[in-house]
Write a protein that binds this ligand. Sequence first.
Ligand SMILES: C[S@@+](CC[C@H](N)C(=O)[O-])C[C@H]1O[C@@H](n2cnc3c(N)ncnc32)[C@H](O)[C@@H]1O
Length: 275
Amino acid sequence: MAGSRGSHDGVEVDLQLHRAHSARMYDYYLGGTTNFAADREAAGQALAVFPWAPVAARANRAFMHRSIRFLAGTGIDQFLDIGTGIPTSPNLHEIAQQVNPQARVLYTDNDPIVFAHAQALLRSNPAGRTVYLQADVHKPEAILESAELREALDLARPVALSLVALLHFIPDERQAHAVVDRLKSALAPGSALVISHGTADFAPAAAERVSQVYAAAGTPVRMRGREEVRSFLDGWEIRDPGVVATHRWRPDPDGSGPEITEAEASAYAAVAVKP
Ligand SMILES: C[S@@+](CC[C@H](N)C(=O)[O-])C[C@H]1O[C@@H](n2cnc3c(N)ncnc32)[C@H](O)[C@@H]1O
């Protein structure tokens, strides 16, 4: 299966089906169908030590929906989503465009499988715009200076930067901060940062074991504590309720969200705004 290829707009992409990929493991937790034997095997090992992964993935996804709806409601109409994942409806642009049909989104991910499915991300409301860029967050300049970014976004106006369930895939502390700081520095006042991040604070033993499964599958991860996650937001104004477990970030007032525990979520979420 090595070297299996897909195509997008006539461009061949190497899907590397022989090894597990985090995007496809996440898709498996969410009940999607864009995952292959190597992904399911690694995901099975993760589920053996962290059986709540599907609950955590759904809570994370629901946080993305609520935070984007919240920010679109405050008037932000531009979104830069890095680490988009395999399209899972509703995608970010669908949420934002429900609030403002003119919302514009640049999606980026470094996984070729996301590129291969990017067409689903490009079904924008005609009044708005969505653009896809294959890029690695380790190289923020390549994102910030891309023609795709210029096509989708105007950096002179506020942008919501979404780094949802992404930064735990940058284990090196200095590198993770350098990347986030560079991205933050490119954005105009009034911009927002949306973060969610895996943590070992709530279920330390299970989080340690699931980190080992990911590392063995070729994807090193670093769970971070609450203060470490908060430090990514330094200099920006953290919106209520602060840095909390994903399911506790502004839950829907009708109480329709699922009853889950901190350990099941095992991730922090926060939104901050650039002064
Ligand atoms: C757990 S998924 C999260 C997807 C989506 N943001 C969500 O929360 O529903 C993490 C995504 O980050 C992407 N990713 C991991 N490392 C990356 C990197 N260095 N640059 C860009 N994307 C990356 C993976 O390919 C995957 O699609």
